[in-house]
Design a protein around this ligand. Structure first.
Ligand SMILES: C[S@@+](CC[C@H](N)C(=O)[O-])C[C@H]1O[C@@H](n2cnc3c(N)ncnc32)[C@H](O)[C@@H]1O
Length: 197
């Protein structure tokens, strides 16, 4: 399970299914499972690939990448509790040695990560980065990925451009704190792709 948004389908009554027809047993699990596999598929993982993940959560994606795609996974979190629970789940799944959870800031990735990974995935972690650090973030992704045939999948909550400024903690133009939506967070506009390049 993830704690970021699931991918709902008609099987669960769509995104409003639990509101309109009430939650049904297993619907969240099914939608979360769909989300994880959607992302893993997008990353075009192959057997034995090394996957780097920023933002482990409770380890759901890392475990599934190792279990279903036979990947070797390094996953980063800042949370002691997440690392502990993820490691418990990795052990229960018999995947110790294939999935490593590091209590590590993404800016501290070690030299042995340089060009070591076939794929990079980060789900709903970019919100914690801040637009002023995006360049450094993607430089580090580039540093960690192999120079050929590597893939990166980054998912984040976004806001429509017209509502973007009002919802941010920090005004991009002035750098001043506006208000606190999530501490230390910045949610990219849905046109983010345009100003990341
Ligand atoms: C909103 S959670 C998403 C977790 C998971 N990907 C999911 O979808 O359930 C954000 C994750 O990013 C991690 N994170 C936030 N800032 C980080 C940083 N500077 N370096 C490494 N991980 C970070 C948090 O510890 C947490 O695991």
């Amino acid at each position: 399970m993830m704690y970021s948004c699931a991918l709902w389908s008609e099987a669960e009554g769509g995104v409003n299914g639990d509101l309109l027809s009430g939650p049904t047993d297993g619907d969240l699990e099914a939608a979360q499972h769909r989300k994880i596999h959607h992302v893993l598929k997008k990353a075009r993982l192959r057997l034995g690939d090394r996957l780097l993940e920023f933002g482990s959560g409770w380890g759901g994606l890392a475990i599934e990448a190792a279990r279903t795609y036979g990947c070797e996974v390094d996953s980063l979190t800042l949370s002691v509790e997440q690392k502990a629970l993820a490691e418990e789940r990795i052990k229960a799944a018999g995947l110790e040695g294939r999935v490593r959870v590091h209590l590590m800031d993404y800016r501290d990735i070690p030299p042995e990560f340089q060009h070591a990974f076939d794929a990079f995935i980060s789900i709903e972690m970019l919100e914690h980065v801040g637009s002023q650090h995006y360049k450094e973030y993607f430089k580090l992704v580039d540093y960690a990925l192999k120079s050929k045939n590597a893939t990166a999948v980054v998912s984040a909550s976004t806001f429509p451009e017209c509502r973007y400024t009002g919802y941010q903690m920090v005004d991009r133009r002035t750098g001043k704190c506006i208000k606190c939506l999530t501490p230390q967070s910045l949610t990219p506009p849905d046109t983010a792709e345009a100003w990341l390049v």
